[in-house]
Design a protein around this ligand. Sequence first.
Ligand SMILES: Cc1cc2nc3c(=O)[nH]c(=O)nc-3n(C[C@H](O)[C@H](O)[C@H](O)COP(=O)(O)OP(=O)(O)OC[C@H]3O[C@@H](n4cnc5c(N)ncnc54)[C@H](O)[C@@H]3O)c2cc1C
Length: 498
Amino acid sequence: MQIFVSGLSYRRDPGAADRQYDIPSLAADEIMNWMEELRALVGATGVVDQAQDMAPYLTDWRGRFTGRAAAVVQPATTLQTSQVVQLCASRGVPVVVQGGNTGLVGGATPDATGQALVLCTRRLNRVRRIDTANDTMTVEAGCLLQHVQEAALAQHRLFPLSLASQGSCTIGGNLATNAGGTQVLRYGNARELTLGLEVVLASGAVWDGLRGLRKDNSGYDLKQLFIGSEGTLGVITAATVKLFALPRTRLVCLLALPDLTMAIGLLQRARDAAGPALTAFELMSGLCVRLVGRTLGQQRPPFALEFPWLVLLEWSDHEDEASASRQCESLCAAAIEAGEALDAVISRSLSDCAALWQLRESIPEAQARTGGNVKHDISLPLGSMDRFVTETEQALHALCPELQVLVFGHLGDGNLHFNVGTREGSPVSMAFQREEQINDIVYAGVGRYGGSISAEHGLGQLRRTLAQRVKQPLELEMMRGIKRALDPQGLLNPGKVI
Ligand SMILES: Cc1cc2nc3c(=O)[nH]c(=O)nc-3n(C[C@H](O)[C@H](O)[C@H](O)COP(=O)(O)OP(=O)(O)OC[C@H]3O[C@@H](n4cnc5c(N)ncnc54)[C@H](O)[C@@H]3O)c2cc1C
């Protein structure tokens, strides 16, 4: 294995989009010394430097990006993390932070130079404190999201961040990507759930910002810089997050819709009827649901007919179940009466809720089984959703009639996953070969309607160049200024975001 580390000089041109390295290769004894230094800091089990053991850390979840690294290091404490980052800073070694490696934009995958250290947070996995009086919990960055939810539940509290990847993604990764998920409508995204952070800065210094305050106007809100920064400004080692009361009642409705315009009317109706009880409002095209049935077998829509669109709506509140059911039934009846919905089912048990959610959450896996597709994670003003989808689909079919659009997403947040594959029987390569043209069509529509090229997945390396094309020059300049201030050597996650 060839490792490039010590004596490395890093040339940074603050204005340039791409970075260049001038990296001398190391002699074998220097490599040994470097690995020994890392082992001395984090213990023998905390350093992975054999090619076959490093492999899972070097390819992203979708298998779209593969990089190389000098080693993967897994600190178990904030102090160890700080010492590792300090060592890297002193030697000019880039650091790529990785949590659960479930990100969808290649943000946690190192580049091909093999010079970076992958800093994996999964051993930073303690729940430090649950403060029921303050309704907060302090957890380390490598805790799996599901474990954070379970720890809150054990104290009869709710931590509402909820993603299909929650069994594998980490809370640090969630914060670094400002993850959204299925309950944003009611509780907000990761940013809104966070009160404090502990961060190892690019120099190795530890910023203890673990405050559990709901009001703090004592200067710039520094934690906001790190939330959504995708490992480019600091290593999040712990966070203090908000907890909530557990709802008494949870109902899930699945409604079949004749067209997408009706979904917007239905959303307004549901907001008025449910108020804060409206917890999720998820859109799925009939194609997505049929794909789940076809590829994963067990999941079928609970309707006799096949409909063009479906909406999954979650209602959770503090009223008793009978009252919530009554309100939910009258919402569905009114929607059917108004022609917004054609049919509806309402869960009668928690296992019904889980089964209906599984239908929605199986869509990414079903798509992966068919060979994947060209993905877009966009947000748009709600009023333009329908026109965007129709016009963009038409333009894509004009490009290639075999293309097929699979649309699903968090409609209540204006967020669509707008994925372009091919019709059954046509190879998906037909879509990937046209990726650039497809992207041009989709993002032209996003621009026309004032949307965003990344609603919740971030930029990583997948959308970095695109962001430089579509963001305002002044925004990019401010971002570069922040990057320079917090990471003057440009060692944190180079080649990502900015
Ligand atoms: C099936 C599936 C469903 C998904 N659904 C959603 C969804 O509904 N909503 C959504 O928003 N995302 C979703 N995602 C994307 C992904 O799960 C989230 O982005 C998640 O927050 C990433 O967490 P992670 O621990 O896996 O981070 P990683 O993939 O390891 O890293 C992601 C980015 O964060 C940085 N990073 C990780 N940990 C830290 C840290 N401690 N400090 C600083 N930087 C760090 C990395 O450098 C990288 O840039 C989904 C992914 C899958 C596979």
